[in-house]
Design a binder for this molecule. Structure first.
Ligand SMILES: Cc1cc2nc3c(=O)[nH]c(=O)nc-3n(C[C@H](O)[C@H](O)[C@H](O)COP(=O)(O)OP(=O)(O)OC[C@H]3O[C@@H](n4cnc5c(N)ncnc54)[C@H](O)[C@@H]3O)c2cc1C
Length: 304
């Protein structure tokens, strides 16, 4: 791939300031690890996102879509092709009655604050999830009492051919940390969330409670990607890991969090290889002690 040529084509659409060549992905992931993306694009409008995506398709360039990088481990060799980051440039929203319509790049925590501001209930669970709305829809993000499936009414997305499509209600095929778009591919552009009229003080107090619980129980002061593993049915991943004696276990700069064994944290200078090696060590240990196969919730991407 001629990076300069492709970057120029995309710059002509989204502007030079929104295209970076050989961009270190550690600057774009909550784990603070990851080699360079050949080209990173931060589209400035939905139309230009679709046009940039079309160029990549026409040129046969692989595309990886990301939001805030809070559920990603980008490998140390980085990502070949184009990474499209749907974040701050695409964060507009409107509120009408109990409906919030928002672009995919808005932070979920921001949407949760908007709901509070308008006295709407249903998004309190999302106050501390550090992803974008698009990432949350794809992952069916959830915490404590609820998940995205309970609030997302409609989603507009670009399919793999670059055509705009809409899914409604059950067509999202939400499951535990999964969705139709995660399975089929596609780029979330915007979603319509249906909330309920609530009591502002009650909404605030629930959000404060969740926030306190997170601060008390989760290592939010260190770089991580949240819970590394999905919850195996009938168990808690963190408890299984703790029972394997792995609290604080380290490989390089990656450590099983002392505070919450379901998290791996970057205690400084971790590489993606360290984190992946630790994940594999945890999986092997849990399997040999309990006969259970842990599945990762975090997405490992990039060149092996
Ligand atoms: C401290 C901490 C706490 C967390 N707590 C929670 C929690 O309580 N509950 C929870 O569910 N998660 C939690 N997470 C994980 C993470 O925040 C969520 O999974 C979030 O939804 C990911 O959003 P993102 O924008 O960061 O997506 P990314 O990490 O950038 O991407 C995640 C996946 O979504 C895809 N994707 C992202 N945006 C789009 C888009 N617009 N269109 C198509 N595909 C897209 C990517 O390709 C990738 O497969 C936590 C993470 C951290 C660091």
């Amino acid at each position: 791939m001629d990076k300069g040529h492709i970057a120029k084509l995309i710059e002509n659409i989204v502007g030079q300031e929104n295209v970076k060549i050989d961009e270190p992905m550690r600057n774009h992931t909550s784990f603070k690890v990851g080699g360079c993306a050949d080209i990173l694009v931060m589209p400035d409008s939905m139309e230009n996102l679709a046009r940039a995506y079309k160029i990549c398709r026409d040129e046969g360039i692989p595309v990886f879509i990301m939001g805030n990088g809070s559920n990603l481990i980008v490998r140390d060799k980085g990502i070949r092709g184009v990474v499209i980051k749907i974040f701050n440039n695409l964060n507009k929203y409107t509120v009408k009655d109990d409906i919030i319509e928002a672009e995919a790049g808005i932070l979920l925590s921001k949407v949760s604050k908007v709901a509070l501001e308008y006295g709407l209930t249903g998004l309190e669970f999302a106050e501390g999830i550090p992803g974008t709305l698009g990432g949350a829809v794809v992952m069916n993000a959830g915490a404590y009492i609820s998940e995205m499936v309970n609030v997302v009414e409609e989603t507009e997305y670009l399919d793999n051919k670059g055509e705009i499509k809409v899914v409604r209600g059950e067509e999202h095929q939400f499951g535990y940390r999964t969705s139709f778009i995660q399975k089929q591919g596609g780029i979330v552009l915007k979603s319509i969330l249906k909330l309920k009229k609530g009591n502002k003080d009650e909404v605030k107090s629930l959000m404060d409670d969740f926030s306190k619980r997170r601060k008390d129980k989760q290592p939010i002061e260190l770089p991580s990607a949240g819970s590394v593993f999905k919850r195996p049915e009938g168990y808690f991943a963190g408890k299984l890991i703790e029972d394997c004696g792995l609290r604080g276990y380290r490989i390089g700069g990656a450590e099983v969090s002392q505070k919450h064994c379901g998290f791996i944290v970057n205690i400084g200078g971790a590489t993606a290889d360290d984190i992946v090696a630790l994940i594999n060590h945890i999986k092997t240990s849990v399997h040999s002690k309990f006969g259970l196969e842990l599945q990762t919730e975090v997405k490992v991407v990039g060149e092996e």
